[in-house]
Design a protein around this ligand. Structure first.
Ligand code: NAD
Length: 490
């Protein structure tokens, strides 16, 4: 059934002024779920006006009152948890279990933002000079915007929205035009909390909507999550327009498998990381660097596990991996597998050309293992963003660290070992923002920053937790002198 995709502006659903853009497709079945608007200046202008009009009143609402809306949202999200998880699976393709995991992570950000009366506090010092006191307050910025990707339709918008509004800003979301439905349902629930009109707005669309946000002088700050080329573009354009910007980009994540790692759990955890969400997680492992004797046992066990995974519609019982987001993505991933084999790798498990029964219109790529990818090949550097695990061999941990350090991305890396000394060395030397020790998906909890270094992040302050509070507030320092001779005696 096709759904009309509307914008949420000033507390009401409005038909977009722009024409139809991208088709929203269930990637498991190929069914058309709706059409995102092509997005444009008029819709963004209306959203910015609504957000700007709501700002002065909203920033004056005491923080302890502002969070009451988030407590209500948390309860509504719990009440509608299964329904939202099903929408995520339907528009994104990930399995229902993965959709539930995503939504849980999103809800955790709502919970953490409920701590704003404590998190937003400033600090002060009496008598910085005789009779002079100094105080630091954190104040909201005004209208802020977030532009988010397809792979976590609900969680990533919730990395930003709860903190932004809890800090007293008003907020505009531009969700991915490939998956606008999950946030449409969540924003419906936000409306039910009684949140004042204009505090949260959604403009659907593509590049046109993004550019209008980046160029609008009333938008004070922009958060972005998506691919690195778009992150660079948004960072440059928004910064040139004087905005505060944080941009999380693409990734090429590695795990190092040392010979002393436990074979069974290591294989299971790495398989979950490489093939969970069909490899479309920014923290998914893309390359396993095996050291010494780990080469043989890991290749054998990961090959067996990858070949055994059940691929299909994420809504169906027992399915362990869903489709990739689109046919274009499927073609791109398949061509990268081909490139890998041309660059010297061997497809120990080849996921090209699979079609789970009854799903001939879906965009599926099966779990793939590319053995012996040369460490210096183009593929070793390229983000695949699909269920493809490359195997590279290193003589020792130093060589493994050197291979990872050469990569232009720096989102995440992990080591699998039973040696504390090796783990500590890795943790200390590896140039990625998120690090796992015997962890496959090193995803920071909501009360830690979602880090990311090098080509995976542009900016200073990350999403989530205290960084989010810093990003969404400015510091005002007040220096006060009240000489007693100026005061009447009471
Ligand atoms: P994308 O860059 O194509 O799109 C992200 C957002 O930008 C969408 O809202 C899209 O409409 C908009 N957009 C796309 N092209 C644009 C353009 N030319 N100008 C202006 N706006 C544009 O990313 P995607 O395919 O939706 O998501 C996958 C990417 O996101 C992967 O590279 C993945 O690694 C990355 N990602 C990173 C993180 C992280 O935390 N670092 C998290 C999730 C996803």
């Amino acid at each position: 059934m096709s759904t009309e995709i509307l914008n949420y502006i000033g507390g009401e659903w409005r038909r977009p002024l722009s024409g139809e853009g991208l088709e929203v497709i269930n990637p498991a079945t190929g069914d058309v779920l709706g059409h995102s608007p092509s997005g444009g200046q008029g819709d963004v202008e209306a959203a910015v006006q609504a957000a700007a009009a709501a700002y002065q009143d909203w920033r004056a609402v005491p923080p302890a009152e502002r969070i009451q809306y988030l407590f209500r949202l948390k309860h509504l999200l719990e009440e509608h948890f299964e329904e939202i998880a099903r929408i995520i699976t339907t528009e994104n393709g990930k399995t229902l279990a993965e959709a539930r995991g995503e939504l849980r992570r999103g809800v955790e950000n709502v919970e953490v933002a409920c701590g704003i009366p404590t998190l937003m506090q400033g600090y002060n010092l009496e008598d910085v000079a005789r009779g002079i006191d100094e105080l630091m307050f954190r104040q909201p910025l005004g209208v802020v915007a977030a532009i988010t990707p397809f792979n976590f339709p609900a969680m990533i918008p919730l990395w930003f929205l709860p903190y932004a509004i809890a800090c007293g800003n008003t907020f505009i979301l531009k969700p991915s035009d490939r998956v606008p439905l999950s946030m449409a349902r969540i924003v419906d629930l936000i409306g039910q909390t009684g949140l004042p009109a204009g505090v949260v707005n959604v403009v659907n669309g593509g590049k046109g909507a993004v550019d209008a946000l980046l160029d609008n002088p009333a938008v004070q700050a922009v958060s972005f999550v998506g691919s690195t080329p778009v992150a660079r573009y948004i960072y440059a354009r928004a910064s040139a327009n004087g905005k505060r910007v944080q941009c999380q980009g693409g990734a090429k994540n590695h795990v190092v498998v040392l010979p002393d790692a436990d074979p069974e759990t290591t294989t299971q955890i790495i398989a979950d990381s490489a093939y969970g969400c069909a490899g479309q997680r920014c923290l998914a492992v893309s390359v396993a660097v095996t050291v010494g004797d780990a080469r043989q046992w890991f290749r054998d066990s990961i090959t067996k596990t990858a070949a055994s995974l059940r691929v299909g519609d994420g809504l169906a019982d027992g399915v362990q991996m869903g489709p990739v987001i689109s046919h274009a993505s499927q073609r791109r991933i398949e061509s990268l597998i081909k490139a890998g084999t041309e660059q010297g790798a061997m497809a120990a498990v080849d996921g090209r050309g699979i079609a789970p029964s009854g799903l001939t219109h879906g965009s599926f790529v099966g779990p793939t293992v590319l053995d012996g990818v040369p460490a210096t090949s183009e593929l070793a550097e390229t983000e695949i963003f699909g269920p493809v695990l490359s195997l590279i061999h290193a003589a020792d941990i130093d060589e493994a660290i050197a291979i990872i350090s050469r990569n232009s991305y720096g989102n995440a890396s992990s080591i699998f070992t039973s040696s504390g000394a090796a783990a500590r060395k890795f943790r200390n030397q590896i140039p990625t923002g998120n690090v796992g020790v015997n962890i496959g998906v090193a995803a920071p909890m909501a009360y830690f920053p979602f880090s990311g270094w090098k080509g995976s992040f542009l900016g200073v302050l990350h999403a989530q937790g205290r960084d989010a509070v810093e990003f969404y507030t400015d510091k005002k320092v007040v220096i006060e002198r009240w000489p007693k001779e100026w005061s009447r005696k009471f």
